[in-house]
Ligand binder design. Structure first.
Ligand code: FAD
Length: 393
C-alpha cells in the first residue's frame, strides 16, 4: 500500500496548531493539503483549554507586543472572519484591560517597558497612586509607586472557543483533523520525510509543524533536535467575593500574583520562584498555595478580598522556554522542513493567531511576509543571543 502524503502535517491541534491550519487553508497562494494530528480531541489537558485566557500588549519584547496587537485585531473580527455556513463562532473577547502595579523597586522596569510600548503604539497610561485610588477605589495603593493601565486592546476571552472557531473554519476550508499521536519522526539528512502515528500508520509530508505544546520537546528529540523547553505547572483558582469590585481589569500585583474577573467571580494565580519550579507533568493542585500565599496577597491589595471563597481550581502546564521565556518559531538550521512553534512560556494563547499566520507564511513563501519574527527563531538560541521577556506573569 502506498504511504499517504500530505503537503503539511501539523502535530498538535490546539490553539497554535489550529491557527496554523486556519491561516494555511485561508491563503489562496497555498495550494497544498493539510493534516492536523491531535492526540486528544477532548482537549482537556492542553494548555489552551486550561489557560487564564488573557491577552495583553504590555510586554518588554517588541515582537511579543506586535503578536498580541495582531491577536487583538483578529479577535475583534473573530465572529465574521471565522463564520462557517453563516454560523459565527464567539470567542467572548472582553477588552477589560491589564493593570501592572509597581512598587518603588519595580519602577525602572515599568518605565522602560512603558517607553518600549508607547513607541509601538500600545494604548497604555501610567497612573500615580492617587490616580489609581481615584479610578479603582477598592485598590490598596499606599505601597505603590505607579500603575500601568492598558486602555484598549487588552483583556480576556474564551480560549477554548477561540481554538474551536479556528479548528472548525480550518476544516471548512479543507484541513483534515485526525485523533492520533505522532510517536516518531522520520528524517533523512536535512529533511523530514514523514511521521509514524500511534496505530503504526506511516505518513509522508512536505513540511512538519511542531505545535505539540509540552509534547514539543519529545517530537523535536525524535528528529534529533534538543528543544530547550520544559513542562512547568501553573495553578488557576476561581473565587467569589461578596462585594462588587467595579471596573476591575486584569491586575498584576508587584508580588507576581494576578487576578481578574471571570463570570460572576474572579480567577487568580501566581508563578513560583524559578528555584522552585521543576519540570512537572501531573495536574494535582496545591490548595495550600491559595490559602497560605495567594489569599493574603490578594487581601492586602484589595481589602474586600478578605471575604472571598475559593470554589474551584485547576492546574495546567506552560511549555516553558528555559532560556529566555519566549517562543521559538521557524526551522532549525539543521532541518529545512520542520517548523517549530514551541516554548510559549505562558503567553501562547494570545500569540496563536500571529504565530499561525507566521507559520503559514514560512510554508507558503519561505519567509515572514507580514510580521518579521526572524529574531524569535533558532539562531538566537543557538548563538546564545537571548531575548529575555521581562514581563512574565
Ligand atoms: C495556567 C495557565 C495559564 C495561562 N494563561 C495564559 C494567558 O492568560 N494568556 C496566554 O496567552 N497564554 C496563557 N497560557 C499559555 C497558553 O495556554 C499556551 O501558551 C498556549 O495555549 C499554547 O498553545 P499550543 O497550541 O502551543 O499548546 P497546547 O494548547 O498545549 O496544545 C498542544 C496540543 O498538542 C497535542 N499533542 C502533544 N503531543 C502530541 C503528539 N505527539 N501528537 C499529536 N498531538 C500532540 C496535545 O494533545 C495538545 O492538544 C497559560 C497556560 C497555563 C497552563
Amino acid at each position: 500500500m502506498q504511504t499517504k502524503h500530505y503537503d503539511v502535517i501539523i502535530a498538535g491541534g490546539a490553539a497554535a496548531g489550529s491557527a496554523s491550519a486556519y491561516f494555511l487553508t485561508a491563503n489562496p497562494d497555498f495550494k497544498g493539503s493539510v493534516l492536523v494530528v491531535e492526540k486528544d480531541f477532548s482537549y482537556q489537558y492542553c494548555a489552551t483549554a486550561l489557560s487564564a485566557a488573557s491577552i495583553r500588549h504590555q510586554f518588554s519584547t517588541p515582537e511579543n507586543i506586535a503578536m498580541s496587537q495582531f491577536g487583538t485585531q483578529f479577535l475583534r473580527h473573530f465572529g465574521s472572519a471565522l463564520a462557517v455556513n453563516g454560523e459565527r463562532p464567539d470567542a467572548a473577547f472582553h477588552e477589560g484591560g491589564y493593570l501592572f502595579l509597581a512598587s518603588a523597586a519595580g519602577m525602572d522596569v515599568l518605565l522602560e517597558n512603558h517607553q518600549t510600548q508607547k513607541a509601538l503604539d500600545v494604548d497604555v497610561a501610567l497612573l500615580t497612586p492617587d490616580q489609581l485610588a481615584a479610578r479603582f477605589p477598592w485598590l490598596h495603593t499606599s505601597d505603590l509607586a505607579a500603575g500601568s493601565l492598558g486602555l484598549s486592546g487588552e483583556g480576556w476571552l474564551d480560549a477554548y472557543g477561540m481554538m474551536q472557531g479556528l479548528r472548525k473554519k480550518a476544516i471548512a476550508q479543507g484541513a483534515r483533523y485526525i485523533e492520533n499521536e505522532v510517536i516518531d519522526v522520520q528524517r533523512q539528512g536535512r529533511r523530514i520525510t514523514g511521521v509514524i502515528l500511534n496505530d503504526g500508520t506511516a505518513l509522508q509530508c512536505g513540511t512538519l509543524i511542531n505545535t505539540a505544546g509540552t509534547g514539543g520537546p519529545r517530537l523535536a528529540r525524535q528528529a534529533g533536535i534538543v528543544l530547550p523547553v520544559e513542562s512547568r505547572k501553573r495553578y488557576v483558582f476561581y473565587f467569589q467575593c461578596p462585594t462588587v469590585i467595579a471596573g476591575c481589569p486584569m491586575v498584576i500585583d508587584p508580588s507576581g500574583a494576578y487576578f481578574r474577573p471571570e463570570g460572576r467571580g474572579f480567577i487568580c494565580g501566581i508563578s513560583p520562584a524559578e528555584s522552585n519550579d521543576p519540570e512537572c507533568f501531573d495536574f494535582d493542585v496545591e490548595h495550600d498555595l491559595f490559602d497560605e500565599t495567594l489569599w493574603p496577597l490578594l487581601a492586602a491589595r484589595v481589602p474586600a478580598f478578605e471575604a472571598i471563597r475559593c470554589t474551584r481550581s485547576w492546574a495546567g502546564h506552560y511549555d516553558m522556554n528555559t532560556l529566555d521565556h519566549n517562543v521559538i518559531i521557524g526551522a532549525h538550521p539543521d532541518i529545512e522542513n520542520l517548523l517549530f512553534a514551541n516554548g510559549f512560556s505562558g503567553h501562547g494563547m494570545q500569540q496563536s493567531p500571529a504565530v499561525g499566520r507566521a507559520l503559514s507564511e514560512l510554508v507558503t513563501y519561505g519567509k515572514f511576509e507580514t510580521l518579521d519574527l526572524s529574531r524569535m527563531g533558532w539562531t538566537r538560541i543557538l548563538n546564545n543571543n537571548l531575548i529575555i521577556e521581562k514581563n512574565i506573569v
